[in-house]
Design a protein around this ligand. Structure first.
Ligand SMILES: C[S@@+](CC[C@H](N)C(=O)[O-])C[C@H]1O[C@@H](n2cnc3c(N)ncnc32)[C@H](O)[C@@H]1O
Length: 331
């Protein structure tokens, strides 16, 4: 039976932000309990649709209860849903190897009972089985849709190649998986804050041409890299504030930004460049949240992006993020 409780799965270090966000957005929610990376709240109108727009939640929905075994897990799930739902089994803390391997065992045990479909369509229910070594399984369910991860636990497990000069390779790949954006091979990207070049490398490997700006140096391996279809980077060793129309390709479809600047400053540069890109289809913008004031204003950053003539704007914290979030916008 569904309970009057909701749950949130969050990055372990930013769980306090997730708690604040839920309590601010849902006046009726009362904090119930937490474990690292998992928060629950009593909520009188709990439903699987809960939490769709939360930024600091990788997964959110309605609790079904705790289970000591795989059979108890199945028993918690309403019978009509068992075969039709997608099943997402994941470690509560993806950095904990024991939990990750236990999650794999639970996933295999469910698959042996025919419960293995994992990719949901919009409007379908996902059963979330949250695994931590030495603890009962936590079971919840959520309604899949835009803004939700289609992979279990919001953990796409991006492998960063050894040749990548930074972990930002994972950030752009995760943002593309989360948003479902799939820039066409051969199209052009404008990138602000490219150095040392992890994200540039990821985009070149996807066959995208990149026009990049940063006052810092781009790693030589990225400068010299040639991706599928001859994709290369054109690098300007300059700050975003100095970009002018003649530096920009007029056919750029995607704008990517990851500058270590306060959000209002970074977004001012982004808005200026966006206004010079008439064929833009989407933007992937990393927003640094280094102090409390910046965190409290997440909805303001989203509105500033919406005002840049984007029709659909969503934000989330990615698994590889620390004190930051990403805004993905589409025209
Ligand atoms: C987190 S790093 C970017 C990582 C990079 N995207 C990657 O994939 O490796 C932040 C970058 O912002 C750059 N930055 C700071 N102020 C900038 C500005 N005004 N214009 C362009 N880049 C700026 C810094 O030089 C730094 O390289």
């Amino acid at each position: 039976m569904a309970l009057p409780f909701v749950f949130v799965i969050t990055n372990v270090p930013t769980a306090p932000l997730a708690k604040r966000e839920v309590l601010a957005a849902h006046a009726d929610a009362r904090f119930a309990f937490s474990r690292p990376g998992l928060l629950t709240f009593k909520h009188p109108s709990a439903s699987p649709a809960f939490g769709e727009a939360l930024v600091f939640a990788r997964v959110a929905g309605q609790s079904l209860g705790n289970a000591a075994s795989v059979d108890e897990t199945i028993a918690l799930v309403p019978e009509v849903l068992r075969a039709s739902a997608a099943w997402h089994v994941f470690a509560r803390d993806p950095e904990d190897a024991a939990s990750v391997s236990r999650a794999a065992q639970v996933r295999d045990a469910l698959a042996a009972k025919g419960l293995s479909r994992s990719t949901p369509s919009d409007g379908e229910i996902v059963i979330d089985v949250v695994v931590a070594e030495g603890e009962p399984l936590f079971v919840g369910h959520h309604l899949h849709g835009r803004g939700r991860w289609s992979v279990a636990g919001g953990l796409p497990e991006v492998v960063v190649p050894e040749t990548s000069p930074s972990r930002a390779f994972a950030k752009i790949e995760e943002a593309l998986v989360w948003s479902g954006l799939s820039p066409k091979r051969g199209s052009t990207v404008v990138e602000l804050g490219a150095s040392p070049g992890g994200a540039t490398l990821a985009m070149l490997m996807r066959g995208l041409h990149v026009v990049a700006f940063d006052p810092g140096e781009l790693d030589r391996r990225v400068r010299d890299f040639v991706g599928p279809g001859g994709a290369r980077v054109t690098f300007h060793e300059r700050a975003a504030g100095s970009v002018s129309k003649q530096d920009l390709p007029d056919d750029a479809r995607l704008l990517v930004s990851d500058m270590n600047l306060a959000p209002p400053v970074a977004l001012r540069y982004v808005a200026r460049v966006r206004a010079m890109l008439p064929k833009l289809e989407a933007a992937v913008l990393t927003i640094k949240l280094n102090d409390e004031k910046m965190i409290e204003q997440t909805s303001r950053w989203i509105e500033l992006v919406r005002a840049m003539r984007f029709a659909e704007v969503r934000a989330t914290q990615l698994p590889s993020h620390r004190q930051e979030m990403v805004i993905v916008a589409r025209t």
